[in-house]
Design a protein around this ligand. Structure first.
Ligand SMILES: [Zn+2]
Length: 48
């Protein structure tokens, strides 16, 4: 069992950082907007 451990890429790659909390704090991805659970900041998403 040497090569069982795999380095997976980050799942949150699509997430944006919160502008108020700074990097390291990702915004929660909602259907039509992103929001920060820490400070309450929210940002509308441009729907394609
Ligand atoms: Zn925040």
């Amino acid at each position: 069992m040497a090569k069982d451990k795999k380095n997976k890429p980050k799942v949150y790659s699509a997430g944006k950082n919160c502008l108020k909390c700074g990097s390291g704090n990702k915004l929660a991805n909602h259907k039509d907007r992103l929001s920060c659970g820490k400070c309450g900041y929210s940002e509308s998403k441009s729907v394609k």
